[in-house]
Design a protein around this ligand. Structure first.
Ligand SMILES: Cc1cc2nc3c(=O)[nH]c(=O)nc-3n(C[C@H](O)[C@H](O)[C@H](O)COP(=O)(O)OP(=O)(O)OC[C@H]3O[C@@H](n4cnc5c(N)ncnc54)[C@H](O)[C@@H]3O)c2cc1C
Length: 501
């Protein structure tokens, strides 16, 4: 941890609490960060501040029917805590798992719920951050100073999802709902429902609602790739039948899944047409030869340019087969009193319209950042390996993987942060700021993510708010777990890209 021994605590306002590390957010990343700190940097004082009333982040925010992971929990779960059941898990199961991690490691006393961080100001004079938060329960302002900020606030605004504005929305007589703010008392039994969207959320909602609704239509502008299969990992079941220790099973299954994913990703790049045929073939096997897979399930982009959601037991397709669910691929002309008029001239009647249209990107948790009195424009910075930023001292952001489970990276970043904090302590350094090296002077600065490589809507809409990327791996979020797992532990913390003070 940064050297706190000589920290000018007197410089902090009297009565202001001072911490070695402040973690923002108690989602999977923040709870993981708390675990890593307590194990790898014992003696570090730290607190997790979380806006919501409990831990979980994504898994407590989303309450829509059927809410579940779209990647497996052996890799979405932490490296250090075995996952012991079926790989695709419900939000409730993920919350239970995270609750155990908190209890078993006594992390609860470190987490303060219903605290929203509003502002963070760095001072190079004192070498610490001043954090202004609000205690939501009392409305009172809370001020904390901290040496190091560990940003685990995710990447989207939790309070409200993204809903495009369509003409005539106000004329619609039914109910419009966004999955991110799902009213728990919404009664959809026997109702005619249209779900706008074709991503993982739509694909989860539709089978979960299909049994109860009159009919549910997935209205998409363009199709998405899906993978299907049993919600099981054969090798896990076999090892479990042999009474192998769960810690071993966790590690073996993680390696197996990661190996298979690596092969799949490699093939998606090297033989996209074959992979496309395989993915579509699986969909066809559920929907039968007469179904128009070309129109409704054949995307225009290459496999893997967007996250591929896993559909356990093909439940989305089973709903379509039974006739309770259907897919319409068209564009919205406008909303009308009874539903949606499509560009083709067709009309979809609905009692409820669900806008599964994605997120609002939130950079840095909607916190106003100030560095030495100057408001920070995050887009003016260059990312150091997708976790630190040029000119921003003592701060790390956990931004996980898209093509592999987010938590794989949260664990890797956790190791990196702890190594960095221990290194700073050893050096008696109070701050570390990533900086471009002389050899980076003429480096082209590019958008955060290469849209040719990965282009989901919320990132495309918010790219101008995100830091820049360079053309060297130090200055990129490579989205490549298979390299980063070896590279991160080998990062030379005395490299010229780290400026200590
Ligand atoms: C429905 C859904 C399903 C998903 N499924 C998968 C999956 O299967 N596999 C996968 O890899 N990824 C999945 N993702 C992506 C997922 O969001 C991440 O993998 C992961 O949950 C992110 O965890 P996190 O802790 O980094 O952020 P979040 O889960 O977003 O949590 C961030 C927390 O920070 C808090 N916070 C934010 N700003 C502030 C502030 N200013 N002050 C205080 N607190 C703040 C928020 O309230 C929130 O609780 C899914 C996303 C969604 C929306």
């Amino acid at each position: 941890m940064p050297d706190t021994g000589t920290l000018p605590r007197a410089a902090a306002q009297q009565g202001t609490e001072h911490l070695d590390v402040l973690i923002v957010g108690a989602g999977i990343s923040g709870v993981g960060g708390a675990y890593h700190l307590s194990h790898q940097c014992p003696g570090t004082s730290f607190v997790v501040l979380e806006t919501q009333e409990s831990f979980g982040g994504t898994w407590i925010t989303h309450k829509y029917p059927g809410i579940r992971s779209d990647s497996d929990l052996y890799t979405f779960g932490y490296r250090f805590k075995p996952w012991t059941t079926a790989p695709i898990a419900t939000a409730a199961e993920i919350l239970k798992y995270m609750g155990r991690v908190i209890d078993e490691n006594d992390l609860g006393p470190h987490i303060r719920y219903r605290h929203r961080i509003d502002a963070a100001a760095w001072s190079s004079e004192t070498n610490f951050w001043t954090i202004d938060a609000t205690n939501i329960a009392t409305g009172e302002p809370v001020r904390i100073t901290t040496n190091f900020l560990w940003m685990c606030q995710g990447y989207y605004r939790h309070s409200e999802g993204y809903t495009p504005q369509w003409d005539g929305m106000e004329t619609f007589k039914g109910t419009i709902v966004h999955p991110q703010t799902w009213p728990t008392d919404l009664d959809y039994a026997g109702k005619n429902v249209v779900v706008i969207g074709s991503g993982a959320t739509a694909a989860t909602l539709i089978p979960a609602m299909a049994e109860d609704v009159g009919h549910v239509t997935m209205l998409q502008r363009s199709p998405t790739y899906f993978r299907t299969g049993r919600n099981a990992v054969e090798i896990a079941d076999e090892l479990r039948a042999l009474a192998i220790d769960e810690t071993w099973i966790h590690e073996i299954v993680r390696r197996k899944i990661l190996h298979d994913q690596s092969v799949f990703t490699g093939r998606a790049f090297s033989e996209p047409e074959t992979v496309k045929r395989e993915l579509l073939g699986a969909v066809r096997s559920y929907l039968g030869p007469d179904y128009d897979v070309d129109t409704h399930f054949t995307p225009r982009y290459r496999p893997w340019r967007q996250r591929i959601a896993f559909i356990p037991d093909g439940d989305l397709f089973q709903g379509i087969r039974t006739g309770k669910a259907s897919v319409v691929t068209d564009e919205i002309e406008r909303f009308v009193e009874t539903g949606i008029l499509l560009k083709s001239g067709k009309q979809l009647d609905a009692d409820i319209i669900v806008t599964a249209t994605g997120f609002n990107l939130s950079v840095l948790g909607d916190i106003d950042f100030v560095i030495d009195g100057r408001p920070l424009n995050f887009a003016d910075t260059v990312t150091y390996r997708g976790m630190m930023f040029t000119g921003i001292p003592n701060m790390v952001w956990v931004f996980g993987y898209f093509r592999a489970s987010w938590t794989l990276r949260a664990d890797l970043v956790g190791d990196f942060v702890c190594r960095l904090l221990n290194h700073m302590k050893q050096k008696r350094a109070k701050r570390v700021t990533p900086s471009l090296r002389p050899e980076d002077a003429d480096m082209p600065l590019l958008p955060w993510i290469d849209p040719e490589n990965f282009n989901p809507g919320y990132l495309m809409r918010g790219m101008h708010l995100l830091p820049k990327r360079g053309d060297k791996k130090e200055w990129q979020h490579t989205q490549d777990y298979w390299n980063e797992k070896d590279e991160f532990p080998a990062i030379d913390l005395d490299g010229r890209e780290f400026v200590y003070g």
